[in-house]
Design a protein around this ligand. Structure first.
Ligand code: EPU
Length: 337
């Protein structure tokens, strides 16, 4: 176990923000995690996976623990399905590629999402019509108070839209150690999302005959065309959640904004934050070293040398504009530290 001091976290967050951490350690096993926590009885520590959903607004005055716990195990396999346990430090997209190569279906719509496997249940990652909870069986979490491993079944995780119990009630109390997923050997594809259908049609692939590789390729094409590559332009994907408003509010907005988009939910209408931001005049706008991306208004970017506070100030301006114009309060999706 090796603790480094005063290191820059720039390589460890996809926004590319140059903040410092008082201490930094990578853990490769549960034992290393326990040793690190026992030896450093610090008030302040935090876990980092891929650093793809975090905005650092200041130096971190504690210990950053980078999760590097890797491995996969087949728990059960039949002609129909595979139950696969994956350790939390594995890269999410590599896992998706591993499953696509074997034609194990279920997570192909979640191709190219940056980050680690452990972060996936934290916020119930979702894209192109599929959320993690669809394939989720259970996870093992390390209780930071008792030092015991506990199993959380799906209902115990209280998944919601970009939500789980680990972001709410149990925040900062657990370290996610492994995740077990149910993958289908006779996959049923999800191609409801308009852009996926367009790409399949362009390639002359019938929806009924599409393979999970076709879906994964389509998702990768869509993401690459809209979302900036963090290696080239620092960002953390969608900066805000898509807000949900009441039907009455939506109907009222429709009178003044007839082109407003909305997706019906169980108890309200989900409105695309990207559309609200674009209508408020922010799409593609650059302020100093930061801005809203020209191809996807919901993505805030670091053009180089931005500070977390600069990004956060921009976010506040956007929130204000959207509130004034639509009376909707945008909520950040990223964790602000
Ligand atoms: N739109 C605009 N302006 C834009 C971009 C989009 O008006 O600049 C409109 C589009 O016309 C579309 C709607 O907004 O009707 C939705 O856009 P898109 O399909 O690109 O998805 P999104 O709602 O902006 C969400 C997720 C993404 C995920 C995509 C695809 C959230 C916060 N974001 O974005 O997730 O990849 O759907 O399913 O739910 C992430 O979480 O980091 C992320 C990238």
């Amino acid at each position: 176990m090796n603790i480094q001091h005063h290191i820059s976290l720039k390589p460890y967050n996809t926004f590319g923000l140059d903040v410092k951490s008082l201490m930094f350690s990578e853990v490769n096993s549960l034992k290393e995690l326990k040793d690190t926590l026992t030896l450093n009885q610090l008030e302040q520590f935090m876990f980092l996976g891929g650093g793809s959903n975090v905005l650092f607004t200041k130096d971190f005055d504690g210990l950053v623990i980078k999760n590097n716990i890797k491995g996969k195990e087949i728990i059960e396999e039949t002609d129909e399905y595979v139950k696969l346990k994956i350790y939390s430090g594995e890269n999410w997209h590599k896992l998706v590629m591993y499953c696509v190569e074997r034609n194990w279906g279920g997570i192909e719509n979640l191709s190219l999402i940056p980050g680690t496997v452990g972060a996936a249940p934290m916020q119930n990652i979702g894209a192109y019509g599929v959320e993690l909870e669809k394939v989720f069986i259970e996870l093992e979490a390390f209780n930071l108070n008792t030092f015991e491993i506990e199993v959380f079944k799906k209902t115990q995780c209280e998944f919601g839209y970009r939500e789980s119990v680990f972001k709410r009630k149990l925040k900062n109390q657990y370290f996610i150690f492994s995740v077990t997923l149910l993958l289908q050997k006779q996959p049923v594809i999800s191609a409801e999302y308009g852009d996926i259908q367009t790409i399949l049609a362009e390639k002359g692939i019938q929806k009924e005959n599409a393979s999970i590789k076709n879906i994964s390729d389509a998702v990768i094409t869509i993401r690459q065309s809209k979302l900036p590559d963090p290696k080239v332009l620092g960002n953390s994907g969608s900066f805000f959640k898509n807000p949900q408003i009441t039907v009455e509010h939506f109907e009222k907005l429709k009178l003044t904004h007839p082109h407003i988009k909305g997706f019906e939910q169980e108890n309200g209408i989900k409105v695309p934050a990207a559309w609200l931001i674009e209508q408020s005049g922010w799409k593609g706008k650059r302020i100093g070293n930061t801005g809203s991306h020209e191809k996807q208004a919901l993505v805030l970017v670091n053009y180089g040398g931005a500070t977390g506070n600069e990004v956060w100030d921009l976010a506040q301006e956007i929130i204000k504009s959207v509130k004034t114009q639509f009376d909707i309060e945008l909520e950040a999706e990223v964790n602000v530290i």
